[in-house]
Design a protein around this ligand. Structure first.
Ligand code: COA
Ligand code: ZN
Length: 326
């Protein structure tokens, strides 16, 4: 959901921030996919149902990948059929290929998140295809989505940094986005920093240029906090005009095919920062923290500052800045 009305810069800070953003909760997929011990389907479903009651608008609930590639996601169909679909929440799933897309459509997801790595080496490690091969096969995914009237969103893993190849040039990413728009008909493109290599300057530069080049495309950012730059990159993205962000409950996450990958930006930390700045997320932070505690208990670990420290002050879903407040 776009939020086109940006308020004037906050006179206290000079930051030009949007009035609101959409957070896509990716914890049930990215957060759980690295977990070695199989999490029972009922626990995954309970977490998703809990998250959908926080006011969040989008949840990437699972992935339809080969069960031997990511055993934790072997119950994708059961997860989708088990959740209580809450009106107003979009339930999406990650897919790597046509087979995954067919499974996702049959399961009844609201949108397909097709993932293609922007670098060949990560693409080969992740899906046994080069980037160009994956883009070719993506046509079949786009066709399946169009036939079933299910939106296909395209995400480029490693677009902002690859553990094998370093930083892909901007021109390569722009070419891939162009192909996603023209050949696949994508209207929503996700740009990922899969292993947390990007700094705010890179994020800002890439996103400003992409947004300037592809009018009418909604861009979202998928950021990992591997090197402590996650929330700084959110701010850089906001300033570049991005209003859609992925985040993961309790900061869980990582790609099993990317060495050194660690957690996504934590949903709680991200919502806290945004709401503190007056950027609306529609999410009840208290309810989200309760889900963070649930996720932490489920996997036995977390990477979330807010779960440790609690909010800086009471923040509701949105609280207008008080005049004169420092
Ligand atoms: N779900 C279930 N089964 C699948 C599948 C999918 N999405 N894609 C392929 N298969 C099955 C095929 O039906 C085929 O089965 P068969 O041998 O019984 O006919 C078999 O797997 C081999 O198919 P192929 O197209 O050659 O796939 P592959 O073995 O090269 O695997 C991927 C490619 C993409 C399916 C696999 O690498 C994968 O699932 N990767 C995802 C990794 C991931 O999730 N990373 C983290 C998120 S970024
Ligand atoms: Zn990720």
């Amino acid at each position: 959901m776009p939020h086109p009305i940006a308020p004037p810069p906050d006179p206290r800070t000079g930051l030009a921030l949007p009035a609101g953003v959409t957070i896509c909760e990716v914890g049930p997929r990215d957060g759980l996919q690295m977990e070695k011990t199989f999490i029972p389907t009922a626990a995954k479903v309970a977490l998703i149902d809990g998250l959908s009651a926080t006011g969040i608008g989008e949840i990437q609930a699972t992935s339809f990948v080969h069960p031997s590639a990511v055993p934790q996601m072997a119950d994708a169909e059961e997860v989708i059929s088990g959740i209580a679909r809450r009106p107003g929440v979009r339930y999406t799933a990650l897919v790597p290929n046509e087979r995954g897309a067919a499974r996702a459509v049959a399961a009844g997801v609201d949108a397909i998140d097709l993932v293609v790595s922007a670098t060949d080496s990560h693409c080969l490690a992740n899906t046994r295809m080069t980037t160009d091969q994956a883009m070719q096969r993506a046509r079949g995914v786009a066709r399946l989505g169009a036939e079933a009237n299910v939106e296909v969103r395209v995400g480029f893993a490693t677009a902002l940094g690859c553990p094998f190849e370093g930083f892909p040039p901007y021109e390569r990413v722009e070419r891939l986005v162009g192909a996603a728009v023209e050949t696949l008909g994508a209207r929503h493109v996700n740009i990922a920093d899969t292993v947390g290599m990007a700094d705010p300057q890179r994020v800002h530069g890439f996103m400003r240029r992409l947004i300037g080049t592809f009018a009418g495309v909604t861009f979202s950012l998928h950021l990992h906090d591997t090197r402590g730059m996650g929330l700084a990159n959110v701010l850089a993205g906001l300033e570049a005009g991005v209003t859609n962000f992925d985040a993961s409950i309790a900061g869980l996450g990582g790609c099993p095919y990317a060495p050194g990958a660690s957690g996504n930006i934590s949903s709680e930390d991200c919502v806290h920062m945004l709401e503190a700045m007056g950027v609306r997320t529609g999410i009840d932070l208290g309810a989200l923290l309760a889900e963070g505690a649930r996720a932490k208990a489920l996997v036995g670990h977390a990477d979330s500052a807010l779960l440790e420290a609690g909010p800086a002050r009471a923040l509701g879903p949105y609280r207008a800045p008080v005049a004169g407040e420092a």
